[in-house]
Design a protein around this ligand. Structure first.
Ligand SMILES: C[S@@+](CC[C@H](N)C(=O)[O-])C[C@H]1O[C@@H](n2cnc3c(N)ncnc32)[C@H](O)[C@@H]1O
Length: 228
């Protein structure tokens, strides 16, 4: 894949345990179904939470077509963007070249269910709508949290609803696909994470109208102890 790095031993086919192949194929199919599935604009909660942060290193977990990663890169962040869909990654990498920020983004093809991000590396770890089946979802969120540097920020956003409600795209999710901000907060050690805010926020009206998914966002914003 041009411009996309595959993490040795962490590519989806190497996965052990309950497989997410259905999710991956389903996402690939979704991305193949249209030249652009998402709007290309950054997510509203990212803009709200990262707009005032001093740029540093960011990890975008489940980066999709790259709307968030490219916005961060254009603001001066160095971004590691991870997704298990090669179709999405190729599209995002092409956009990064078009927008001349390809030197600021590393596109990584890996399955977050097994990929261990480097610990303590990122000033911002962001994950939006990471709805898929996980062999150990709490472990996945723990690894994302561990990747945050001292004084850094963890932002996790999801759709606040049960799997029985559709959310604007056709692919199915497993029973463990949905989560709340409080689920994520539960994996954080209060000694390391003194400042944790969870809540429900309105979804971007434009995104709600475009996708037919009006359900609100469940949002966690947490700062890791220490100085940046
Ligand atoms: C609903 S999309 C959101 C994309 C992007 N965050 C956004 O808001 O535009 C979820 C993304 O997470 C990716 N994803 C889901 N499970 C994953 C996993 N186990 N490993 C890596 N990527 C995953 C999917 O391929 C998809 O691109």
């Amino acid at each position: 894949m041009s411009g996309v790095a595959s993490e040795p031993g962490t590519q989806p086919p190497a996965r052990t345990g309950p497989t997410s192949a259905v999710d991956r194929e389903s996402y690939d199919e979704l991305y193949r179904s249209a030249p652009a599935v998402w709007s290309g604009r950054p997510n509203r909660q990212l803009v709200a939470e990262a707009g005032d942060l001093t740029p540093g290193r960011a990890l975008d977990a489940g980066s999709g077509e790259g709307g968030d990663a490219l916005w961060l890169a254009e603001r001066g962040w160095r971004v590691t963007a991870v997704d298990f869909s090669p179709v999405a990654l190729q599209r995002a990498a092409a956009r990064s070249r078009e927008r001349a920020v390809d030197d600021r983004v590393e596109w990584v093809h890996a399955d977050l269910d097994v990929w261990p991000p480097p610990e303590g590396r990122f000033d911002l770890v962001t994950a939006h709508y990471l709805h898929a089946s996980w062999s150990d979802r709490a472990g996945m969120f723990r690894r994302l949290a561990a990747a945050v540097a001292p004084g850094g920020t963890l932002l996790v956003v999801g759709h606040l609803h049960g799997e029985e409600r559709g959310h604007g795209h056709s692919h199915a999710h497993g029973a463990d696909a949905m989560y709340t901000a409080e689920d994520v907060a539960a994996v954080l050690d209060p000694g390391e994470w003194p400042d944790v805010v969870t809540g429900t926020r309105d979804r971007d009206p434009g995104a709600a109208a475009r996708t037919g998914n009006p359900v609100p966002d469940t949002v966690l914003v947490a700062r890791r102890s220490g100085a940046r």
